[in-house]
Design a protein around this ligand. Structure first.
Ligand SMILES: [Zn+2]
Length: 440
């Protein structure tokens, strides 16, 4: 591999020992600062009877308590405006973002100039690994409001030195025209919106696969690692899709390189990730599915230490031809530990059902999954088809495919076109109406 392959060759190709040493040095600095000046974590550590000096190696990390998102929510509600998870005076902070609030009240998250630089650097590493270079023209075809992910990519494009175009204020057709007119080579949006752009282009007799776009970068939804969605984006755009996984309160921890279609590297110079059994809290062996626990190492001003993400992941065993030594997650986010639905005794993860459904749909079609009650285990898939498709045949084929894959009968209902919600940001493909979970 040549030097041009990496944004930071030294960090990205370091040996295991070097990586772990760097991680521990960063962790030590983080814990010292946080214990001295962050009342949220100082209280947590004191309640747990632990101080930074008890952590003498990365193996000691499990001695620290987990953090759950609810603690941040309660802290922010109790201590307006921004809660107590701040290790610096308010005047040092320079950026405000918030979570989408899909599971509760949105969390507010602040960055200093220094931590925002770090975020941009993480994004630059991910962009570079996807093949983005200073000569590229990068288009952002939607307005991202207060949500951090795409602002982070925007900053990353700046760090790479490519040309960024903000296409937020336009309608979909104007955006398509700008992509063509400016010979854009990279677009950054959700997989759903990339396909929506292709749908509108097609309606206007424009073939985007003939455009100069060669890379599509996706945050907010996991589609770039799902074979059926990848295929659709590749067909519609003639481009390669890349995943950019992250969380507002944590940062973007993933690097999706050109050699992986269904796995990502962890940015181990910026993050320490553990995989645990969600029931026991113990770490699980490599290759086994468990809950992802994230500690970020570059954002000491508003840190997350051992955050329980509820996202299920699995470490991948093999090495990668790209030469990056950072560990990999096989399949990215495999599901949510609390989204699991039990239908007649069988555990089902809605995203896995969605993948099967996606494979039967063409551009312009939508679907949504609804879970009704834990006890009865009712679960239904609603699909929206474009004109000219045989409704009964498609529904039957999906039902049959689902039965083969999960060994269970799942109801598939065809609804009129335009019934299901479409969004420029995150499409809500799974609606959880199970009664016992409403007040969770
Ligand atoms: Zn790689």
């Amino acid at each position: 591999m040549t030097k041009d392959e990496y944004f930071d060759q030294k960090e990205e190709t370091a040996s295991r020992d070097e990586i772990e040493l760097l991680q521990f040095q960063k962790l030590e600095i983080l814990l010292k600062k946080v214990y001295a000046s962050n009342s949220f974590y100082r209280k947590k550590f004191d309640d747990f009877g632990i101080t930074p000096s008890d952590i003498r190696s990365l193996n000691d990390l499990p001695k620290l308590p987990f953090t759950v998102k609810k603690e941040f929510e309660e802290d922010q509600a109790k201590h307006p405006l921004f809660g107590t998870n701040l290790s610096e005076p308010l005047e040092n902070f320079a950026r405000y973002h918030q979570t989408t609030g899909t599971t509760g009240k949105p969390l507010k998250w602040l960055d200093t100039k220094e931590s925002w630089e770090w975020r941009g650097r993480c994004a630059a590493m991910a962009l570079w690994a996807a093949g983005v270079r200073p000569s590229d023209i990068v288009f952002f075809p939607f307005a991202f409001g207060p949500h951090a992910a795409y602002w982070g990519i925007f900053e990353g494009v700046w760090k790479v030195g490519a040309l960024a175009i903000a296409g937020g204020g336009w309608d979909t057709l104007q955006r398509i025209k700008s992509i063509l007119e400016n010979q854009v080579t990279v677009i950054c949006c959700t997989p759903t919106y990339a396909l929506r752009l292709a749908e509108v282009a097609k309606e206007n007799r424009i073939n985007l696969s003939e455009s100069s776009v060669k890379i599509t970068m996706h945050a907010g939804e996991p589609g770039a690692l799902i074979p059926s969605i990848r295929r659709k984006i590749e067909e519609a755009w003639g481009a390669t899709p890349y995943d950019y996984p992250g969380l507002t309160e944590v940062g973007a921890y993933g690097i999706h390189c050109q050699y992986q279609k269904q796995a990502i590297h962890i940015n181990e110079s910026g993050f320490f990730i553990e995989v645990i059994n969600p029931k026991t809290g113990e770490s699980v062996p490599e290759g086994e599915v468990g809950e992802m626990i994230i500690t970020n190492l570059g954002r000491s001003c508003s840190p997350t230490i051992r955050l329980r993400t509820r996202d299920l992941v699995r470490f991948k065993k093999s090495t990668c031809p790209c030469g990056r030594t950072f560990r990999m997650l096989d399949g990215g986010i495999l599901g949510r530990s609390d989204d699991m639905v039990i239908i007649r005794g069988i555990n089902i993860f809605p995203p896995r059902v969605g993948e099967v459904v996606e494979g039967h749909l063409v551009v312009g079609e939508e679907y949504q999954m609804v879970a009704y009650s834990e006890k009865g285990g009712e679960f239904k898939v609603m699909i929206e088809l474009i004109e000219g498709r045989n409704r009964d045949e498609v529904a039957k084929a999906i039902r049959e495919d689902l039965r083969q894959r999960f060994e269970i009968r799942i109801e598939v209902e065809v609804v009129p076109h335009g019934t299901l919600p479409r969004s420029e940001y995150k499409s809500k493909r799974f609606v959880d109406k199970r009664e016992d979970l409403i007040h969770r």
